[in-house]
Write a protein that binds this ligand. Structure first.
Ligand code: PLP
Length: 424
């Protein structure tokens, strides 16, 4: 019995854990440890990680500097849980974030720490936008993904998750994202038109929420022009702009924020995933000071601003955002990834493969979920962890750690290349 408890089989996951589990089905081994861009299973088999916890591990697994700060904090009896009391860890994080990220970009925001997940932060952002404007409706976009709690789910397009809600997700209206009607059509004109037309049937929303690159929706990057048009129509109509930077932020697309390339000035920014630097749960709303209409404790929660995550989050800001090195590395890796993926797509027997994305958030669109599944399965067998996204799960989604070295990046790409050729 004891031996069974200690075995490295998947028995416990398959028999004790709920059917709701998903990643342990796609990657049916038991992982034991990880460093940088390498995951290792219980048999000592290594996998290159192009999943990065779905965007949580932008700085790779177990960065030794972050771990050192975390261990030192724990050993010094630092506050681990403090509700939202003032702690040294939180002060240090806010001061560093303000000095390293906001002020150099000319940005002024107040910090709200909601519960630790991305969906928690999205819920808080929607609630605040409704409170500020007194309006109910939120405009979201086709294929947008913002989480699966009820409020966040209402602004999420994916049918699979919406069907699981149990009640009709309410309070949102969906508009076509950039490119939804093809490259030649500017969908922001349609949005502009329906908001200007009092009889369009579309109520003036409290906010528009968007991702600058849709992640779960299929790695769909919005153009600078389109994003700027959406921002303009927000301003024209007194509608708040919420940028959900949970997956595209923290350097994933090159700059710290995913919207910087388009010079946006969002009213509310939502961050989570890689914010703590090392996978500890942490999320954050940045809100323009004039929007801070909350009454004390009005939006509450037991686990807000996880102190250990704030310690490692501060370490990440100091290590990676006080110079340009990380952003330059992302630009260089984007070139390598893009070039190789284009080669893979063009040389594959199935010419319906295409590549898109921004920074180190790239997708190989395989047209069908079946083909993408085969590729991802073979890749796993060959030692690469990579997942799928998109409405039909037809896109192989590449999110290597931003800190991955060139050799490991090539190793992952070689495995992917072989998997595509063996599958297509
Ligand atoms: N928003 C975006 C853009 C996401 O990619 C995700 C998760 O993938 C979420 C929100 C939800 O975050 P969480 O799963 O932590 O609730």
């Amino acid at each position: 019995m004891l031996q069974e408890c200690r075995s490295n089989s998947l028995f416990a996951f398959e028999n004790l854990e709920s059917n709701v589990r998903s990643y342990s089905r796609s990657f049916p081994v038991v992982f034991r440890k990880a460093a940088g861009a390498i995951l290792e299973d219980e048999n000592g088999f290594e996998f290159v990680d192009f999943l990065s916890g779905s965007g949580v591990l932008n700085y790779g697994h177990n960065d030794p500097d972050f771990l050192q700060d975390a261990v030192q904090y724990l050993k010094s009896n630092g506050i681990i849980h403090g509700l939202d009391m003032a702690t040294s860890a939180k002060r240090q994080f806010m001061e560093c974030f303000d000095a390293i990220i906001l002020r150099p970009r000319g940005l002024t925001y107040k910090f709200q720490f909601p519960g630790p997940t991305g969906a928690n932060a999205v819920e808080a952002a929607l609630k605040l936008a409704r409170k500020v404007t007194g309006r109910h409706s939120i405009v979201s976009f086709t294929n947008g993904f913002h989480g699966v709690s009820l409020g966040a789910l209402a602004v999420t397009g994916a049918r699979y998750y919406r069907d699981a809600a149990g009640i009709p997700p309410a309070g949102a209206v969906f508009m076509p994202y950039d490119g939804y009607w093809g490259a030649d059509s500017d969908t922001s004109e349609y949005l502009d038109r329906v908001l200007a037309d009092a009889s369009s049937g579309v109520d003036l929303p409290a906010a528009i929420i968007l991702e600058t690159v849709q992640g779960e929706g299929g790695i769909k990057p919005a153009s600078k022009d389109w994003l700027q048009s959406v921002e303009r129509l927000c301003r024209k109509n007194g509608v708040l702009l919420i940028v959900d930077d949970i997956q595209a932020g923290c350097g994933r697309t090159g700059n710290f924020f995913g919207f910087e390339f388009a010079d946006l000035s969002p009213d509310i920014i939502v961050l989570s995933k890689s914010l703590s630097g090392c996978g500890l749960p942490l999320s954050l709303l940045l809100l323009k000071p004039e929007l801070d209409v909350w009454q004390p404790g009005e939006h509450s929660g037991t686990f807000r601003g996880n102190n250990l995550a704030l310690v490692t989050g501060t370490a990440a800001l100091r290590k990676y955002w006080t110079n340009q090195k990380l952003s330059d590395g992302v630009a260089e890796a984007e070139r390598v990834l893009n070039e190789r993926l284009q080669q893979v797509a063009q040389s594959s027997r199935d010419h319906s493969l295409s590549v898109r994305g921004r920074g180190m958030m790239l997708g190989l669109d395989c047209s069908t979920g079946e083909l993408a599944e085969k590729i991802v399965r073979r890749a796993f067998e060959g030692g690469l962890v990579v997942e799928r996204c998109g409405a039909e799960h037809q896109v192989v989604k590449l999110l290597p750690p931003l800190t991955i070295d060139r050799q490991t990046l090539q190793r992952g790409l070689d495995i992917l290349d072989k998997s595509v050729h063996a599958s297509a």
